[in-house]
Design a protein around this ligand. Structure first.
Ligand code: ADP
Ligand code: MG
Length: 419
């Protein structure tokens, strides 16, 4: 193959001058038809890792992604940078016969470079039989952690992907991408996709501009939150609560105290939800009090604080949710309120679930307890959890947590976990 100038291609298709982080090495691996595994935090630029090689290579790349809305966004974006509408397509159950015919025609004619599919659509025999006959450049699996029960978003349909890929072709290179950094999930992904020798690229998960803090949860939590929010008035923030009831109640309490706040949870109708989300993005309000239903795909760069009224059910969730602060690299203050009673509540929630799920849930919670009760640097703990060693003396953001700034006494630290 003739030498490709990747920088030139990057500029031509996306208008960027430089690759971000490990993108260039990842792209070279994909272009060389090697199985590839990419672990990068949210916002790291994973999509471009498969989009650019797909545009460069001959044939069609299949992209498996769990969310229809995200697929549509990506297809629109790719169509914008190309002269041909058929360069990217989504194949899912919402298409009518004529549309499916058009998609198939564009693929057969070599026009389609990216074909986005939901995993459940890919199981259809009609599509498998068609794709078998096509020139497939590679298969990318976005949000690959959906394969693992240890991930935060397990999807049984993802488990069967490898078998389907094998029915489509023998030698199709596989690219898995995820923002989940835990070693257990990564192992699951490689095992399930049967790509033990994949070239693996893992970016650092350190977020040096985030300040991590755990506060004891007492009866004063309301006034503590109000005090903090008022001190930071005019700044954007998210407050996560476990229950819808608590969301409503806290949003009201804040409003009564003169804070521009709105509630957000799945019990509100779609219109109210999108109105509240827009108000937050447009800065008509400062604070969203929300359940975890809020956040996926929200890209507000200047969220200045994330408060957890209740401790999350895993370190992974804590990291994802606090990660919504300080995307622009500016200040991001993360406060979580912790009381061991809440852990018992979370355990109780799980009691009706299948045993295997309970065991996983319990193990994840134990790590949360250790994290919350620890006197070790929060950043060090989180990064260690993700398989990354961190030195607070030399690492960026080394003094950006409560345990480093205000060390506990020796006695308090005595029973601490050892890393
Ligand atoms: P992820 O899937 O890892 O969360 P995305 O693929 O959604 O991240 O990319 C996050 C943002 O980074 C997008 O706005 C994208 O346009 C931008 N981006 C990606 N690569 C580059 C680059 N090389 N230079 C500048 N911006 C980039
Ligand atoms: Mg992504």
């Amino acid at each position: 193959m003739e030498q490709i100038n990747l920088h030139q291609e990057l500029k031509k298709y996306f208008g960027f001058n430089e690759f971000k982080g490990l993108q260039e090495s990842v792209i070279k691996s994909i272009i060389a038809n090697e199985d590839t595994f990419v672990i990068m935090p949210t916002g790291g630029g994973k999509s471009l890792c498969y989009q650019l090689p797909a545009l460069i290579k001959e044939g069609t790349a299949i992209v498996v992604s769990p969310l229809i809305a995200l697929m549509k966004n990506q297809v629109d974006a790719i169509r914008n940078i190309s002269e041909h509408e058929g360069v990217a397509h989504v194949l899912n159950s919402s298409l009518n016969k004529t549309q499916v015919k058009q998609v198939k025609e564009d693929i057969s004619n070599g026009i389609t470079k990216l074909l986005y599919v939901a995993p459940e659509s890919l199981t259809k025999t009609e599509y498998i039989d068609f794709l078998k006959e096509q020139n497939i450049s590679f298969l990318a699996i976005d949000e690959a952690h959906c394969i693992s029960e240890w991930g935060h978003d397990f999807r049984p349909e993802y488990r069967n992907l490898k078998n389907i890929i094998e029915r489509i072709g023998d030698n199709i290179p596989i690219i898995g991408l995820t923002a989940t950094a835990t070693p257990k999930v990564q192992e699951d992904i490689l095992k399930n996709l049967r790509i033990p020798n994949a070239n693996t690229f893992k970016a650092s998960f350190n977020r040096p501009n985030l300040y991590y803090e755990i506060r004891p949860k007492t009866d004063d939590v309301d006034s503590d939150i109000i005090k903090f929010v008022k001190k930071n008035s005019g700044k954007s923030g998210i407050i996560y609560c476990l229950s819808r009831k608590r969301v409503e109640q806290l949003a009201q309490t804040l409003q009564v105290n003169g804070v521009k706040a709105v509630p957000y949870h799945a019990g509100l109708d779609a219109k109210t939800r999108s109105k509240h989300q827009d108000m937050f993005l447009m800065e008509d309000i400062d604070v969203v009090v929300a359940t975890i239903a809020f956040g996926m795909g929200i890209d507000k760069p200047d969220v200045r604080f994330v408060i957890h009224n209740d401790i999350p059910k895993s370190i992974e969730s804590y990291y994802q949710e606090t990660g919504r602060a300080g995307r622009d690299g500016g200040e991001g203050h993360c406060i979580a309120y912790y009381n061991h009673k809440d852990i018992e509540k979370l355990e109780k929630f799980m009691s009706g679930k299948p045993i295997a799920e309970q065991e996983i849930g319990h193990a994840l919670l134990q790590d949360v307890v250790a994290f919350a009760e620890s006197s070790i640097s929060r950043r060090k703990y989180i990064l260690h959890y993700f398989g990354e060693e961190f030195d607070n003396k030399t690492g960026e953001g080394g003094d950006m947590d409560d345990n480093v700034r205000y060390p506990k006494t020796k006695k308090e630290a005595k029973d601490d976990v050892q890393l």
